[in-house]
Design a protein around this ligand. Structure first.
Ligand SMILES: Cc1cc2nc3c(=O)[nH]c(=O)nc-3n(C[C@H](O)[C@H](O)[C@H](O)COP(=O)(O)OP(=O)(O)OC[C@H]3O[C@@H](n4cnc5c(N)ncnc54)[C@H](O)[C@@H]3O)c2cc1C
Length: 344
């Protein structure tokens, strides 16, 4: 039978199956060609980690991210490593590099020094965060320091005012499921608005799994008058146990259906990877169906799941980009280590 031949009469069961498949939304959803992605890395602590980061960055660079970012340990605990990773990325990848910056435990002078170091490296994008207080403390700010990310954003804007870096991009964190220390969802949203009003140009969300959670948050933010881009933070599940521990700390919910999907896969890393890629791809495609076109991936310095998800989203390696012929190759393998979402 040729492709053009009429379909022969089928049984009622076959027809019902065909109709049901035709109603499934995904085959009819074209992959969009206007998706933008960005990637977060953490600063490695060892030479082996540095090689993994370099391999991860060069595997993902052909996907032409709008930027890559490097996390920063609250209180400056990874300041040198963050700076080294930024320099390495800036020297090897033709991709804009953003530096994260936290303000807990630091004076304004210290923060100003980090901003200058970033600017001298060519960084023109800062991800400005409060940072978590040290273990056992509830606040963590110091005399003469910024008390919140909103104050930090305003401080960064003042710092670059009138310089050639005045158009610096500033991204801030946002919490679709409400920051665990926030007084209320409304207060958390007001705080996000304060950060944008202070000069931030984009918000990137904490990770979440249920697309509806993000879409509801986006609606609430728009209703609150926040017009800046709000980019979903996507966390591919490299280690399910690690994700659960991390989610409990940062107030992200883990739907019970993920337990069903990942249960019993501890000793089956390849199956786990395939399930994880499917989960991330489904999440992103649902968001894309609702008009989301920017995605920020928490790579944990492992490129495979991010590369697979981008591919399914329609973000393919650009042929003339360095390393384009093997974007998913030469990478650190999957591991069951706990995620180091932030660099603390
Ligand atoms: C995209 C993204 C990137 C991140 N990168 C890093 C990183 O590189 N390094 C790192 O250390 N962390 C990082 N974090 C984590 C972040 O530092 C924590 O979530 C931190 O607790 C809040 O930072 P913020 O900038 O959102 O704070 P803010 O915007 O100042 O506060 C967010 C909300 O939490 C409340 N809140 C926060 N802290 C307190 C407190 N002590 N007491 C009372 N209320 C409080 C505020 O009232 C507000 O509702 C990141 C988070 C996101 C979403």
């Amino acid at each position: 039978m040729t492709a053009d031949a009429p379909i022969a009469d089928t049984t009622p069961v076959e027809r019902a199956t065909r109709d049901r498949l035709a109603r499934r939304p995904w085959p009819a959803t074209p992959i969009r060609s206007d998706i933008e992605v960005s990637f977060e890395f953490f600063p490695p602590a060892t030479p082996t980690g540095e090689r993994k980061l370099a391999a991860c960055a060069s595997a993902l660079a052909p996907l032409r991210p709008s930027f890559v970012s490097v996390t920063y340990g609250a209180g400056g605990s990874t300041q040198d490593r963050t700076q080294r990773a930024i320099e390495q990325l800036a020297a090897t990848e033709a991709v804009p590099v953003a530096g994260h910056l936290t303000c807990v435990g630091a004076t304004r002078e210290t923060v100003g020094g980090v901003i200058d170091t970033y600017l001298n490296t060519g960084v023109r994008h800062i991800v400005a965060l409060r940072g978590d207080p040290p273990e056992g403390q509830t606040d963590g700010t110091v005399d003469g320091g910024y008390r919140s990310a909103a104050e930090l954003v305003a401080g960064i804007r003042r710092h670059v005012e009138g310089t050639e870096a005045a158009d610096l991009e500033i991204s801030v964190g946002a919490y679709p499921e409400v920051h665990p220390r926030a007084v209320s969802a409304k207060a958390d949203l007001d705080n996000l608005k304060a950060k944008i009003d202070a000069g931030a140009t984009r918000a990137i969300t904490q990770f979440f799994f249920d697309p509806a959670v993000f879409l509801r948050f986006l609606d609430a933010a728009r209703s609150a008058g926040i017009t800046a881009p709000i980019v979903p933070g996507i966390m591919p599940v490299n280690s399910y146990e690690g994700i659960k521990r991390f989610a409990a700390r940062c107030g992200a919910s883990v739907p019970s259906w993920l337990d069903d999907l990942f249960g019993g896969l501890d000793d089956a890393p390849e199956v786990r990877q395939m399930v994880a890629a499917t989960v991330a791809a489904e999440q992103c495609r649902r968001l894309a169906e609702h008009g989301v076109r920017q995605f920020h991936f928490y790579t944990l310095n492992k490129p495979e799941l991010t590369a697979a998800t981008c591919r399914i989203l329609g973000v393919l390696p650009t042929p003339d980009a360095p390393g384009a012929e093997s974007p998913e190759a030469d990478t650190a393998g999957p591991s069951a280590t706990a995620p180091q979402r932030t660099a603390s």
